[in-house]
Structure formats: structure tokens, C-alpha cells
Design a protein around this ligand. Structure first.
Ligand SMILES: Nc1ncnc2c1ncn2[C@@H]1O[C@H](COP(=O)(O)OP(=O)(O)OP(=O)(O)O)[C@@H](O)[C@H]1O
Ligand SMILES: [Mg+2]
Length: 203
């Protein structure tokens, strides 16, 4: 899908419903975007189209034509991660533009799976990759992070693929930024590497 088509599609939806706030309307989005798929959490609507190689994220709460919202928070977090040299763990979020009604929309590379949707065959493969990660190594990383509630296999993949030095840097940075909310819908995998796809929540 070209960018113009995407805008036409989203603008035609917002014209039809004339709504600015989509929080209660996730089902309607799903009905409307038959060719796409929607997923949503507390802060954002996420549209996943077969014909786009990135997802489209729309903050539930925003001011028209202004860039101050949960997706912008992700952009700021990503900038901070870049300064600390830990950005490779994040799927980058970028601003696409404003819809006709002033709603800001954002892009983000597609995750192959969230931890919640990881197929058994992949989990088995990842268990094999992480066989050499000890309990002690895992617990050190988990305890070094600001938010310690993180999926076991994901952390083990993180250690296996990125190593100890990167882990130390990342742990310190999460304590500084207080990045949290690493639940199983917010972390996942892309190209068999662990990634974070939702990172607007720094408390
Ligand atoms: N890059 C992505 N690739 C594939 N699916 C995604 C991507 N980003 C988000 N999703 C899906 O959309 C859901 C909602 O997106 P996201 O987690 O960013 O929203 P949120 O409202 O901030 O969530 P939360 O309730 O955790 O704060 C995710 O749980 C996931 O299922
Ligand atoms: Mg989320």
C-alpha cells in the first residue's frame, strides 16, 4: 500500500464516524479495516495491514495537529536509547503525519511475534539457542533492570544474542529512564531477535 492510499483509507474512516477519540471504538476499526487487523492496548490503536511492511499506530489520546501523545513518548524514549547506545532492542517509531481531522499517526516496524503469540516451534528453537544461559546470568540481568517482570525466555534470548556488556548498559539505562511495562504483549521477536515494541511508559 502506498502512503497516499493509507491516508485515503484512514481519512475515509474518520469522515464516516466523525470521531476523534477511538478508545471505545476498537471493534468498529476492526470491522471497517477488513483487509487489515487491529490490536490495541491502553494507549494506542495498532493497525496491521498485509500490504504494509510496518504497523500504523494511533494514540487514543491526542490534541489535533499537535505532537504530544504516547507515540511521541516512544520517539523520545528511542532518542534517549540512541544516546545510551541501546536502541537496537527497540522497534523504532516514526511520525507519519496528521489525518484530515488532525489525528497524528505513526509507523513502526512489524514484530513477527509478541511473546504472547510466539508459536511452540519458535519457542523450542529459542530454548535450544539459550541452553547455555544460566539461572544466575538471567537473574543478574532481571534484577539489574528497573522493571523486573520480564518473560524468562525473552531475557535469555536477550543475553544470548546481545551479550553481557549490552545487558549492563541496558539495565542501567532502564533504571535512569524508569522504563517499565515489559508485559508479554509489549515485547516480542523480529527476525528471531528479541525486541521491544511498546515503550512509551516511563514512570
Ligand atoms: N510493531 C508491532 N508489530 C506487531 N504488532 C504490534 C506492534 N506494535 C503493537 N502491536 C500490537 O498492538 C498491541 C497494542 O500496541 P501497543 O502495545 O503499542 O499499545 P499500548 O496501548 O501502548 O499497550 P499497553 O496497554 O501495553 O500500554 C500490542 O500489544 C501488539 O499486539
Ligand atoms: Mg502495549
Amino acid at each position: 500500500m502506498e502512503i497516499k492510499e493509507l491516508f485515503d483509507l484512514l481519512n475515509s474512516y474518520t469522515q464516516r464516524t466523525d470521531c476523534d477519540y477511538y478508545g471505545d471504538d476498537a471493534h468498529a476499526w476492526f470491522e471497517y479495516f477488513k483487509e487489515g487487523m487491529t490490536a490495541n492496548g491502553a494507549f494506542k490503536m495498532c493497525l496491521i495491514f498485509e500490504s504494509l511492511d510496518y504497523v500504523v499506530k494511533i494514540p487514543f489520546s491526542y490534541t489535533r495537529n499537535e505532537r504530544e501523545n504516547a507515540c511521541e513518548d516512544e520517539i523520545k524514549t528511542y532518542e534517549s536509547a540512541k544516546k545510551a547506545g541501546v536502541e537496537k532492542i527497540f522497534l523504532e517509531t516514526w511520525f507519519i503525519g496528521f489525518l484530515d481531522n488532525g489525528c497524528p499517526i505513526y509507523g513502526q516496524a512489524k514484530a513477527d511475534y509478541t511473546v504472547n503469540s510466539l508459536p511452540d516451534s519458535k519457542a523450542k528453537k529459542y530454548e535450544r539457542i539459550t541452553k547455555t544461559v544460566t539461572e544466575n546470568m538471567r537473574s543478574k540481568v532481571t534484577h539489574g533492570m528497573y522493571d523486573r517482570c520480564v518473560n524468562r525466555l525473552w531475557i535469555e534470548m536477550f543475553i544470548s544474542l546481545y551479550g553481557k556488556n549490552f545487558a549492563r548498559k541496558f539495565e542501567a539505562w532502564t533504571r535512569e529512564t524508569r522504563l517499565s511495562d515489559f508485559h508479554n504483549g509489549n515485547i516480542g521477536y523480529r527476525k528471531d531477535k528479541p525486541i521491544i515494541l511498546d515503550y512509551n511508559y516511563c514512570c
